[in-house]
Design a protein around this ligand. Structure first.
Ligand code: BGC
Length: 951
């Protein structure tokens, strides 16, 4: 008996010991991927920057219960746990992102170091993260002390077709007397620039400082140039180009606008400030001012749309290294600043070289020409490595496709000359050149002027894109779908180029708002586009029109209150809603409520504009947008078959925007706004039902509803407009504008319309994104897969089997029967709008869908087809970490492997047969089947589910 008591006591002590060890135990929860304003160790100018981290732990169902952040002015202080800037203390919160800095005021040009630790679900603290940092830019314009300097060459190179003046070269030399401890270059331009120190190009960025409304703001970059400087003489040099500031833009030339270039100013100018700190702490500052000298040089023409011409015989040998003879150089001119123009750190992802491509095929053409096929359509330029006589011109023309007779197809470039020329200096060795200030959308180039057959080293494809970090991976056992995905990714890469462009090849390349919002959710699955869209949303809000409407593209240069590229460009339903939808998508994907707050008043102004338009009817009735060009707006752009009424679409978007506004209002605690938008959405839905729907739930087709809207694009009095279309039902379902009964009817109608159309889609830009999601949500997954897997015209597969390497602008951009019938107008082979099927591939095929902002909670509900695909392996790196949904179907056996990041929760739906069982890591789950799935809620970790499904 005694010994039993003794044993009990011992057990109790051991137990208490274990418990107390556990209480003091360090958790293995660890913050990683520390970022500030969406970037790793960035330079910023935000006064209350947002910090984020992700968590890792070996333990399943792991969560963060609390965190602590320390920020110090030196790494040393932080290492000693002496946070002289901010010690958040232990904050009871599960948040790991969008955490605003709340410490002492941040100062210009200083670096701040930070670390974070988390407490796990058992309240045990994990170890401190590694130290990260951010650096502040110059917070006040005054601090630059630099002037805008330039050299006016505008009067040169004017010809009847184009006005392409040479690039100015600017330089200065300075003595540095003592060893340098650290040095920074703060640099921007109105136009584009490249900067050199002692012969070396600074940074890897291209097309800086990006396109903005230069009247309101211009961005700058900051580079650490400590290693570039030396004691003694140092040379600083810049090359400027016309870029978006003073070059050609869009289709201005094509549509014969009063102005075709130089929309913001005539002469590109540079502003730079070099801050040197010597080892002894003394500072030296070098700025752009009237001591700089200028000249023209080998870049004889440089323009984004039209290309670059480089005459190597005119090289200014040694111009960017010290001890250069400057006698022939002229003084620069100082240009005035605009007081209201903000100077801010570039918030986006700069354009850089993504990769290089070797020629796949070299084809000889008549007259000594060659066509080089890079095997991939992309944005960028070619680098030449050539030999020849002094004065020989190597001319490179760019194109996306070849004509059947082998000629380079350039008709679809319209007025974009897209030609680069290199004039040889005639050296014995090979001469290497790549243009600096232009880019093209192409798969093929035609090179002329070579005296020999080029080989695979003569021309290299240089791929340029904004560096948005990769977030998604998608792979299936279906080769066509894999190729489609690859094409989508290449199209995004080609068009996320400082701003989201429509296409990279023709004389357009504008930030079309409709394209941007229909594709944004798809883009989010592929790449981390938070910083990229932070930048563009600023452009979009800067471009908001005085009446509150968001424009059809942004930036939108203005002249006399009208769009300067084409005076009739303004706003359009289906496009302008990007101001609401893109902010909403950013908020949902990255839990970015900051963006919602920032633009809240702008968004409300837009909503007021819509409200005025609806004139108390809660509808955007026929002719509501008669003043726009085209009348009524663009509608379901590039759809085929019956045309959906643009006003009906406008009304649906009106309801949808109200819903999104209500949700965003709730997120930022604007309660009365929330109520208001919620009620509005209901009223619009009711009005929509009354006006457009018959008693059976069918959307009306009779012309009295849609009226005589002569002048509307694609309106034909004989055929009129319709509501009974794939696009209309798909949108109504996707936007959730229907009662459950109406939803069911709409699902049936959608299927009927597809059947009537011989199983094919008929949607345009606005209809294609919701089409497959709408089929899935109404239970017609088999239809969605049929459309996805089709290879007949019109379909995604049709493009793939016809050799596409990017997404086409039109379903019929090319057909065997009719060739390129649309070239004269618009026929891009690199246009992401129809790539919006990606949203369904990630969200339904793999089944990864966000249910709480930032993927804090999400579902994984794979949709499994009867035929065509048996294996899907998809991952998505969310702001909370990596999510995996990988499924396999072998006969009637189904396996699903998932990975759920720490601090998130997933509701996983495992498909199973009626009366079938679901196993988790080989253990049978006692769960009930609901609509063909067994739902299981899980926390972080990796899990393998298996089940038996219908074959
Ligand atoms: C662009 C589109 C854009 C459209 C407006 C086109 O020229 O390339 O993508 O949305 O105009 O309808």
């Amino acid at each position: 008996m005694k010994s039993i008591v003794f044993l009990r006591q011992i057990t109790k002590i051991v137990f208490l010991l274990i418990v107390s060890i556990k209480a003091y135990a360090l958790s293995d929860i660890e913050p990683v991927n520390l970022r500030c304003e969406y970037k790793v160790k960035p330079v910023i100018d935000v006064k209350a920057p947002r910090l984020s981290w992700e968590l890792i732990s070996r333990e399943n169902n792991q969560e963060q219960k609390a965190y602590q952040i320390m920020v110090a002015s030196s790494a040393k202080l932080l290492g000693q746990n002496k946070p002289d800037m901010w010690n958040s203390g232990k904050i009871l919160s599960g948040s790991t992102n969008q955490i605003e800095y709340k410490g002492n005021e941040l100062e210009s040009a200083k670096t701040y170091y930070w670390k974070v630790r988390s407490w796990d679900k058992s309240e045990n603290a994990g170890k401190w993260s590694e130290i990260s940092a951010w650096e502040m830019g110059l917070l006040d314009k005054i601090e630059w002390g630099a002037k805008w300097i330039g050299y006016n060459l505008d009067s040169l190179n004017k010809n009847p077709d184009y006005h392409l003046p040479p690039s100015p070269y600017l330089r200065k030399e300075t003595d540095l007397k003592k060893p340098v401890k650290s040095a920074r270059l703060y640099i921007t331009s109105l136009g584009l620039h490249e900067f050199y120190i002692n012969g070396k190009r600074i940074g890897e960025d291209y097309f800086m400082p990006g396109w903005t409304d230069y009247n309101r703001r211009v961005y700058y970059q900051v580079y650490d140039i400590t290693e570039n400087l030396s004691i003694g003489k140092n040379a600083f040099g810049a090359i400027l180009s016309y870029g978006w500031y003073s070059g050609y833009l869009g289709y201005a030339l094509l549509v014969k606008s009063p102005q075709v270039r130089a929309f913001y100013g005539e002469t590109p100018v540079l502003k730079a400030c070099i801050v040197v700190e010597y080892l002894d702490g003394e500072k030296k500052i070098i700025v752009t001012d009237n001591t700089w000298k200028a000249n023209d040089g080998p870049i004889r023409e440089s323009d984004i749309l039209n290309g670059e011409t480089y005459d190597a015989r005119m090289e200014l040998s040694g111009w960017n290294i010290p001890y250069y003879d400057m006698r022939r150089w002229k003084p620069v001119k100082i240009y005035p600043d605009k007081a209201e123009r903000k100077l801010q750190v570039y918030p986006g992802n700069p354009v850089r070289i993504y990769t290089e491509l070797k020629p796949k095929n070299i084809i000889e053409r008549p007259q000594g020409k060659y066509i080089i096929d890079f095997g991939q359509n992309f944005s960028g330029v070619v680098r030449l490595k050539v030999k020849g006589k002094a004065g020989d011109s190597i001319i490179v023309r760019y194109g996306e496709m070849l004509h059947p007779d082998g000629r380079l197809m350039t008709e679809n470039l319209r007025k974009a000359r897209a030609t680069d020329t290199y004039i040889l200096k005639g050296e014995a060795k090979e001469e290497t050149w790549m243009p600096s200030f232009t880019y093209h959308g192409f798969q093929y180039v035609e090179v002329s002027g070579l005296q020999y057959r080029p080989d695979t080293g003569t021309l290299t494809g240089v791929v340029l894109s904004s560096v948005t970090p990769q977030a998604g991976k998608l792979e299936t056992d279906n080769a066509m779908v894999n190729k489609l995905y690859e094409n989508i990714v290449w199209t995004q890469r080609s068009n996320y180029f400082d701003i989201p462009t429509d296409c990279p090849q023709r004389d357009e390349r504008l930030g079309w708002t409709g394209d941007a919002h229909v594709y944004m959710k798809s883009a989010i699955y592929n790449n981390d586009i938070a910083a990229f869209f932070t930048k563009w949303l600023e452009d979009l809000n800067d471009a908001q029109l005085p009446n509150g409407a968001y424009p059809i593209y942004a930036p939108m240069p203005m002249k006399n209150g009208m769009a300067a590229i084409r005076p009739s460009d303004s706003y359009s339903p289906g496009w302008m809603e990007a101001g609401i939808i893109c902010s909403y998508e950013l908020y949902k994907a990255y839990s970015d409520i900051h963006i919602v707050r920032k633009y809240w008043q702008n968004m409300k102004k837009f909503m007021q504009f819509l409200e005025q338009k609806s004139a108390g009817n809660y509808l955007l009735k026929e002719r509501s947008f008669e003043e726009t060009n085209p009348k009524g707006g663009f509608g379901d752009w590039l759809s085929i078959g019956k045309k959906t009424s643009p006003d009906l679409l406008a009304t649906m978007y009106y309801a949808y925007c109200n819903k999104l506004m209500a949700e965003m209002a709730e997120a930022i605690g604007e309660n009365s706004d929330q109520m208001y938008f919620k009620e509005n959405a209901i009223k619009i839905q009711q009005a929509f039902e009354k006006h457009y729907m018959d008693e059976t739930g069918k959307l009306k087709i009779n012309s009295e509803i849609y009226g005589n809207v002569n002048g509307y694009i694609e309106y034909r009095p004989e055929t009129g407009f319709h509501g009974h279309t794939q696009t209309a039902y798909a949108n109504a379902i996707y936007m959730n504008l229907l009662t459950p009964v109406q939803m069911e009817v709409a699902g049936e109608k959608l299927k009927d319309l597809i059947n009537e159309n011989l199983g094919k889609l008929a949607t345009g830009f606005l209809g294609v994104k919701p089409l497959l999601p709408a089929l899935s949500v109404t239970g017609a997954t088999d239809y969605a897969y049929k459309l996805l897997l089709s290879q007949e015209y019109p379909s995604w597969g049709f493009e793939v089997v016809n050799g596409a390497t990017t997404i086409w602008e039109r379903w019929n951009s090319y057909t065997k029967e009719k060739g390129f019938e649309n070239n004269a107008g618009m026929n891009s082979f690199n246009h992401y709008s129809f790539g919006s099927v990606n949203e369904w591939m990630f969200g339904n095929m793999a089944g990864i869908k966000n249910t709480e902002p930032g993927f804090r909670k999400f579902i994984i509900k794979p949709e499994v087809p009867g035929i065509g695909i048996n294996y899907v392996n998809v991952s998505y790196h969310s702001i909370n970490g990596e999510i995996l949904s990988s499924w396999k179907k072998e006969g009637d056996k189904f396996t699903l492997t998932v990975s759920i990041p720490v601090n998130t929760k997933a509701l996983v739906y495992i498909p199973a047969k009626t009366n079938g069982f679901v196993y988790l890591n080989n253990k049978k789950l006692e769960k009930k089947l609901e609509n063909g799935y067994v739902p299981v809620e899980i926390g972080s970790g990796e899990y393998i589910f298996s089940s038996v499904i219908e074959r």
